[in-house]
Design a protein around this ligand. Structure first.
Ligand code: MOS
Length: 739
């Protein structure tokens, strides 16, 4: 890594709109272009190393052991029964206070005898270490554990009347305005409907994996994470060491979808085991352990109430939700988050209550909140349109608010109407039968449905360093990650555009907590946040270059590796001498509250429902999205395709099933947990509506990664209703519920 000296930092706090963007200069004309993935060749040729692929001399292999009870405590673990097996080295059961660094002046607590309390089935209680993976796995299976079982809470329905109010989570747990009951009583049209959505798993292709090695008192851990900066701090905290003693490296991440926002059990286990053995330790979670012991999206129960006047304008909206999590955990699935700002209505009630269950931790999964909340809200909107006998697209057109209905502030940008119009036209929405079950082809009933998409736009504090080397190439460094989203490509395009370089002349280095701090990949903030930091660093480099040329930055053009001013041009390589570098930093400010920021879109789906078997086939889908400036049309489109595919899964197949007696997850692999496969996913079309947002960041771009899932499943359920007249409100819509 470079940057031993101190480089100048160009900082921006988003306190005011940013009316101009250097990206509009267009000298290089690469921003927004559908460039192929920067790191694509590395991935397809196997040169991109994922965490589990790191190999170090003298490395030991660890396999985790999960509790075989759903509640209670571990009485004893008979490590000696397996340490005598060939190749087995040790069994580590203490994950609490194993490491205390005397150098930190910290207290040295005696190691406890491991995890005692079991709060869910599969909870990690030990890691078995061996000379080979096979020996470790064999011993892990054989490890004798004695439990004392306790009564657990495994059944949502049985406990759903015992709730508590969790603390705020990006959205207040409870929000009320006006009098919804009164509005419902006075409304010309009302909908009052309840929905359920099941627990889900992120099911990223790459399982969670860590390779840990200590150099004296400093840990380097190759792991699969979305936010190395914060994950390193979290790990340091878990280990009881200083945060400068932990380095996390995540150059490539094979999908995360929220499950890799924080550290997982294999991380701490590998770090502790490596310290104890004085050797590098690799711990890869089995697919079943990813399901058992990382994180789930909570199941939900949601009641939607809509109160509309005679013209279909909403005067009241209610979204009351129940979710579940482990006892003592603060997080809740913010299912009502999009309902705060999507539609108008003076009378509002949006609530989140939590049911305590002994099931694996619930946490963030792609578009936490909107992904499941809009399955309910957008189906209820379809029910309202039907009741009023108006087109569901038209119902949404009539409910475009001028101001945020709760905060009374403007929208930073909102092109929902444009998305609806372009979508309806492109999809051939005119051909939709207004009444259900009108179109039949053989034994298939055909229907069309639509839903709005909305996802909040968020900004984290971000830093990036950019250097122009003596060769004239640029290098970017930030602890931001690329979790399959296209970060490598997008950052190379931003720097390429601003520095007048071909993006292939920009080297992007990501995913190392020793690099400039980043909010990482999560909440759809990654590209905009880290992209802005790169932008700001490049703006500073442009100032330095102009100064060297003796002109104002505005009088200089950077193009094709040349700096051009006053009819003279000079190669960057000559201009930068030994190289120049700058740091860019962005942080959220007053704009966060001055305007309501979100990305919008519209989903359209056509489905066929088999009249004999109830089988649903999605025939085609169109998503039209507006998310400010699109930074790379190809990677952006891929994000939307992925989100829409998640929507198909949410609507039709995905559902975690727990044994009601123990909480044991019974469909804990990709054979039994049904995510859509190629045969389930038809032609998906994605269109973007041109938009710029001056309030979001200097790129004028907004979050996109989670927009594609938000609302997508509801377009399918509405299409199923249009096809066959069956309105299922318990997700997923499996054929037994349709028949
Ligand atoms: Mo996302 S669920 O914040 O990775």
């Amino acid at each position: 890594m470079f940057g031993l000296g101190k480089s100048h930092t160009n900082s921006l706090r988003m306190d005011a709109p940013q009316p101009t963007s250097l990206l509009d200069i267009g000298a290089q004309n690469v921003i927004g272009k559908p460039l192929d993935r920067y790191e694509g060749p590395l991935k397809v040729s196997g040169r991109a190393l994922y965490s589990a692929e790191y190999v170090f001399p003298d490395m030991a292999y660890g396999v985790l052991v999960g509790a075989r009870r759903g509640a209670g405590r571990v009485v004893s673990i008979d490590a000696e029964a397996v340490t005598s097996l060939p190749g087995v080295i040790d069994v580590v059961t203490d994950f609490k206070t194993f490491i205390r660094n005397p150098g930190q002046g910290g207290e040295t607590e005696a190691p406890t005898q491991g995890v005692e309390e079991i709060v869910y089935f599969g909870q990690v209680i030990a890691i078995v270490l061996a000379e080979s993976y096979e020996a470790a796995r064999d011993a892990a299976i054989r490890l004798p554990v004695e439990y004392e079982e306790a009564a657990g809470r495994f059944d949502f329905a049985a406990h759903k009347h015992e709730t508590d109010v969790p603390p705020e989570n990006n959205t207040p747990a409870h929000f009320g305005q006006g009098d919804l009951d009164q509005a419902m009583a006075e409304a010309a049209f009302t909908v009052d409907a309840s929905f359920t959505t099941p627990s889900q798993n992120s099911a990223a292709m790459e399982p969670h994996a860590s390779v840990a090695m200590w150099d004296e008192d400093r840990l380097t851990l190759y792991g699969s994470y979305q936010i190395p900066t914060k994950d390193a701090m979290q790990l340091a905290d878990a280990l009881g060491v200083g945060k400068d003693q932990v380095r996390i490296v995540s150059h490539f991440v094979g999908g995360g979808f929220g499950s890799k926002l924080g550290i997982a059990p294999e991380t701490t286990a590998a770090a502790i085991a490596a310290k104890r053995l004085g050797r590098p330790v690799k711990a890869v979670m089995l697919r079943q352990q990813v399901f058992d012991a990382t994180v789930r999206r909570s199941n939900t129960e949601q009641r939607i109430r809509l109160a509309a006047d005679a013209h279909g304008r909403l005067i009241g909206i209610g979204h009351e939700t129940l979710t579940s999590n482990l006892p003592g955990e603060d997080y809740f699935e913010p299912a009502g988050i999009g309902t705060h700002f999507l539609y108008p209505g003076e009378h509002r009630l949006i609530t989140h209550d939590q049911v305590r269950l002994n099931l694996v931790l619930s946490g963030s999964m792609r578009a936490p909140g909107e992904a499941v909340g809009m399955l309910a809200l957008e189906t209820a909107m379809d029910m309202l349109a039907e009741q009023m006998a108006i087109d569901p697209v038209e119902l949404r057109r009539r409910n475009e608010p001028l101001l945020d209905p709760e905060k009374n502030v403007p929208y930073s940008s909102r092109s929902l109407r444009e998305c609806l119009d372009l979508g309806a036209q492109t999809f051939g929405w005119d051909a939709r039968e207004t009444r259900p079950a009108q179109r039949r082809e053989g034994e298939w009933l055909i229907g069309m449905g639509m839903a709005a998409a909305a996802r909040s736009n968020l900004l984290q504090s971000e830093e990036a360093k950019v250097r122009i080397e003596p060769s004239g190439r640029a290098v970017i460094e930030t602890a931001m990650t690329d979790i399959g989203t296209g970060t490598y490509s997008v950052l190379s395009q931003i720097a390429g555009e601003l520095l007048g370089l071909d993006p292939r002349s920009v080297d992007v280095r990501l995913g190392d907590s020793d690099m400039p701090a980043s909010g990482g990949s999560g909440g759809s903030w990654g590209a905009c946040g880290s992209g802005s930091a790169v932008y700001l660093a490049c703006e500073e480099l442009r100032r330095q270059l102009a100064k060297t040329l003796g002109v104002e930055p505005g009088a200089m053009t950077l193009k094709d590796g040349l700096a051009i001013a006053q009819n003279k041009s000079m190669p960057l390589a000559e201009l930068v001498g030994d190289g120049i570098e700058a740091m860019g930093a962005i942080s959220p400010g007053k704009q966060k509250d001055a305007v309501t920021q979100a990305s919008y879109g519209a989903h359209f789906a056509e489905v066929a429902v088999n009249a004999v078997t109830g089988e649903v086939r999605v025939r085609r889908m169109l998503g039209v999205f507006a998310a400010g400036r699109i930074l790379n049309e190809k990677t952006a489109r891929s994000q939307c395709l992925g989100g829409m595919t998640f929507g198909i899964g949410a609507a039709l197949t995905e559902e975690l099933l727990h044994d009601g007696r123990t909480g044991k997850l019974v469909n804990r692999d990709l054979a039994e947990y049904h995510i859509p496969v190629n045969a389930d996913v038809p032609q998906l079309e994605v269109l973007f509506v041109a938009e710029r947002d001056q309030h979001s960041n200097p790129l004028h771009a907004k979050g996109l990664g989670e927009l594609g899932i938000s609302g997508a499943g509801a377009a399918i359920t509405n299409a199923i209703y249009n096809a066959c007249g069956v309105r299922v409100r318990d997700y997923p819509l499996t054929l037994d519920k349709i028949l």
